[in-house]
Ligand binder design. Structure first.
Ligand code: FAD
Ligand code: GLY
Length: 388
């Protein structure tokens, strides 16, 4: 991997930064880099903030989604979770808009004895790692959420797993970028990163070159399709997720905490929207909403909270998680000097937003590679023989 950004002097002159992709990752990096004095252009193939960042549920679920074998990713997720309150405050101050951060906590419910056995197993893992997760009886769970199904077998309570309204975050980031002087180019698909030898010189959009000293690849699920030679194509693929939302009465919502049940999560927004998600499908960039996908979401949700039956359906949609080969993000230096990766955030790009911004800014502004970022370098995908 290139070492050229390791010079602490890199920011002595005003850096020109081109960012490929205007999702939450590209927008947040653009905002912060412009505030730090960089000259920033963000290029998006369509409309900024309308990719996975629009489709997501906005759960900041470091504990509820913790899986054995992903301990390094868990450290990154937990680090980002602690940064969220300050990040939300800074974004609101910079944009003058709400970031939709809500300290709602998360309940993970078991409906059957079998579900409860699985949850107990997961809880043992949480306890081994010292995560803030408590076991609740069904009576205790229903005290928190009175509309839960009467037949329940227990629940986990994750008091630090909150939520952010990802659509509000995108809107606020676009405003913060504008105030910071970022030039946002929509409907401007980047065809390739322009390189000379092994140095990034900018990006090419519809045959027109835009010069830059640093290029950040933040094109989410589309990152693989953008030419970066001599750097290898990134192992990022789209992982389709179908979602839908229902409208609750905001004055008397059926749920107030984020809720996970078998095959479903349910995220209540302050304005009464209830987001239900999500399918996980290997179908490329297929935008089809299917009867089977939607039926599964509604059935699983109805088993947890039967009273959703009466709620109107507001919206149904599809999004594409940027999944890497090991489901972890790709952060930091590439084989090309000046080309930086901030992509592959898969199921957790909203959660990982503040820590991604911190790690990439440290790298670009101070030439500092935080040890927290080291396991997520693109070099982990290079076959050993090729790396020698
Ligand atoms: P995106 O938001 O997809 O942005 C990439 C941008 O790149 C797009 O705007 C696109 O138009 C642009 N682009 C594409 N090609 C080009 C090109 N050639 N040139 C320029 N621009 C280009 N995460 C959580 O933390 N919590 C959740 O609850 C959660 N739920 C999710 C539910 C679903 C159904 C999905 C799909 C994702 C969910 N995620 C969640 C994951 C999260 O949404 C993503 O990890 C995150 O939004 C990735 O942000 P991004 O900016 O990298 O990508
Ligand atoms: N993190 C929730 C999802 O990706 O569906």
């Amino acid at each position: 991997m290139s070492e050229s950004l390791s010079s602490p002097n890199i920011m002595k002159s005003k850096q020109r930064v081109a960012i490929v992709g205007g999702g939450v990752i590209g927008l947040a990096l653009g905002w912060r880099l412009a505030e730090a004095g960089c000259s920033v252009d963000i290029f998006d193939a369509a409309r900024a903030g309308r990719g996975a960042s629009h489709a997501a549920a906005g759960m900041l679920a470091a504990c509820a989604e913790a899986e054995p074998g992903e301990d390094t990713l868990l450290d990154l997720n937990r680090a980002s979770q602690t940064l969220w309150p300050d990040f939300a405050r800074a974004l609101e101050a910079a944009s003058g808009l709400p970031a939709g951060y809500r300290e709602s906590g998360t309940l993970v419910v078991a409906l059957t004895a079998d579900d409860a056995a699985k949850l107990r197993h997961q809880h043992a893992y949480h306890q081994k790692l010292g995560l803030p997760v408590d076991w609740l009886t069904s009576v205790e769970a229903r005290r928190r959420e009175p509309h839960l199904a009467t037949r329940m077998a227990g629940a986990l309570w994750c008091p630090q797993d909150h939520q952010a309204d990802n659509r509000a975050v995108s809107t606020a980031l676009i405003a913060a970028c504008a105030r910071a002087g970022v030039r946002l180019h929509e409907d401007s698909p980047v065809d390739r990163v322009v390189t000379e030898g092994s140095k990034a010189r900018g990006v090419e959009v519809a045959g027109v070159r835009h010069a830059a000293d640093v290029v950040i690849m933040a094109a989410g699920a589309w990152s693989r399709g953008i030419e970066t030679a001599p750097a290898r194509p990134l192992p990022v693929r789209p992982i389709k997720g179908q979602m839908l939302s229902l409208q609750m009465d905001p004055a008397a919502p059926l749920l107030t905490h984020v809720l996970w049940g078998p095959g479903i999560y349910m995220v209540p927004r302050a304005d009464g929207r209830l987001i239900l998600g999500a399918t996980v499908e290997e179908k490329g960039f297929d935008t089809t909403l299917t009867a089977g996908g939607q039926l599964a979401l509604l059935t699983h949700a109805w088993r947890c909270v039967p009273t959703i039956e009466e709620l109107p359906i507001l919206e149904q949609w599809v999004g594409f998680r940027p999944g890497s080969r090991d489901d972890a993000p790709i952060l930091g230096l590439s084989d090309v000097d000046g080309l930086i990766y901030a992509t592959g955030h898969h199921r957790n790009g909203i959660l990982l937003l503040p820590v991604t911004v911190k790690l990439i800014l440290d790298l670009i502004l101070d030439g500092r590679l935080d040890p927290l970022a080291a396991p997520f370098a693109a070099g982990r995908f290079v076959p050993r023989a090729a790396a020698e």
